[in-house]
Write a protein that binds this ligand. Structure first.
Ligand SMILES: [Zn+2]
Length: 384
């Protein structure tokens, strides 16, 4: 008998002698099942949300005397604005459409025919209202004129004013991403609130005021969290892929030294990439702020060559955080962008088939191993 066989035999007899091995098998099987369930929870949540939405709509259809006619119907340009509207509007307001969703990029967005139809049929359309951010609306070849010709009664609410926008010293252009500061977000919400109130009945106005004030308190809470993190992050030097986080980083005292993206959706030149590497070296910067909806390759290259870590930022709802979880509210978004600094990625996380694949594999492989082990041990026990 070879040594290997002896060991195997020894193991087998040992296994047979332990009476609790059946319980152990059951334990492992249950553990496997729990892990599988955990990995499915997020999907289930989405499904149940959709079901609730459907139920709500059906309920509204069934009751002929419902306040359906009085409910203020709103189309929003982004999921971020929908989140503001849902929080401020409560039961008085219903969002009937969002145009730019998930990882869609507002800078390069093109509405579909059905989205144009939704706008032509809408009562109120709420958007950020900055041409640099939403060129598809008022930019050259934008759809504002077409939509307003067909729907002249459409109330168009732009929630960003000139005063919320600052020049970006790194691009020498106005930076349109004001909402990444909750202080600016509060002003945007006030604009939404004032416009919704104009359309509301007096009973709805009371509801609106209450939910608006509640949401303002929540935004103040997140501003306090920013101040709490200021000491930790102040002076941190970063290079930005895209200039979206300027407003939040200014509040946190994070120092942006350069921007990789020269023009949106255009790959930076080799010369610019070389300049970035030199700036990083001379300023001793070793963090690159990236977004999942932007091209990974340049970031991987710069991170490897400068030995830097990658901070994953998410300026919009529907994008994924550093764990691959979808961000579903503005409050979550601000927190995820702060916590990203505690969870830096390395270049390999992005280059090896993407960080999300890596994460799901790291969950699924143990799940599979535990489940198979559980089944094998149970079967063995039965045979014995
Ligand atoms: Zn942007």
């Amino acid at each position: 008998m070879t040594k290997k066989k002896r060991i195997r035999k020894k193991h087998h007899t040992k296994l047979r002698k332990i009476p609790s091995v059946g319980y152990f098998g059951i334990f492992i099987l249950i553990f496997g099942i729990i892990l599988v369930n955990i990995s499915l929870i997020s999907t289930n949540n989405e499904i149940s949300t959709i079901n609730n939405e459907e139920k709500k709509q059906n309920l509204n259809k069934i009751d002929p005397n419902s306040a359906q006619d009085e409910i203020i119907q709103v189309v929003t340009s982004t999921a971020l604005i929908k989140d503001f509207v849902d929080n401020i509007g409560g039961d008085a307001v219903k969002t009937t459409g969002i145009l730019v969703e998930g990882s869609e990029d507002p800078h390069t967005y093109e509405p579909t025919q059905s989205e144009i139809t939704a706008l032509v049929e809408a009562e109120i359309f709420i958007l950020m209202g900055r041409e640099g951010l939403e060129p598809w609306w008022e930019g050259s070849g934008g759809y504002a004129q077409v939509v307003l010709e067909d729907n002249p009664d459409l109330k168009v609410v732009k929630i960003m004013n000139e005063s919320m926008i600052r020049m970006d010293p790194l691009t020498n252009a106005p930076n349109p991403h004001g909402w990444t500061s909750p202080i600016v977000a509060k002003e945007m919400c006030r604009n939404i609130y004032l416009n919704l109130t104009e359309e509301a009945t007096s009973a709805q106005q009371d509801d609106l005021r209450e939910s608006f004030e509640n949401y303002m308190t929540k935004l103040d809470g997140v501003i306090n969290e920013i101040n709490g993190n200021k000491t930790k992050l102040q002076g941190t030097k970063v290079v930005m892929h895209h200039p979206a986080m300027m407003y939040l980083y200014d509040l946190l005292g994070i120092e942006r030294v350069a921007i990789i993206e020269e023009q949106h959706d255009v790959e930076p030149s080799a010369q610019h990439i070389q300049e970035i590497k030199e700036i990083m070296e001379s300023s001793e910067t070793n963090k690159i702020v990236h977004q999942t909806n932007l091209d990974h390759d340049t970031i991987v290259e710069i991170a490897k060559d400068t030995n830097s870590t990658i901070i994953l930022s998410a300026p919009l709802i529907g994008m994924e955080d550093y764990f691959g979880n979808t961000i579903s509210s503005y409050l979550e978004l601000i927190r995820a962008n702060i916590q990203a600094f505690d969870n830096p990625l390395v270049a390999d996380d992005l280059s090896e088939g993407g960080y999300i694949d890596g994460l799901s594999l790291s969950v699924l492989i143990p799940v599979a191993i535990f489940s198979v082990m559980g089944i094998v041990i149970l079967l063995k026990k039965k045979k014995i």
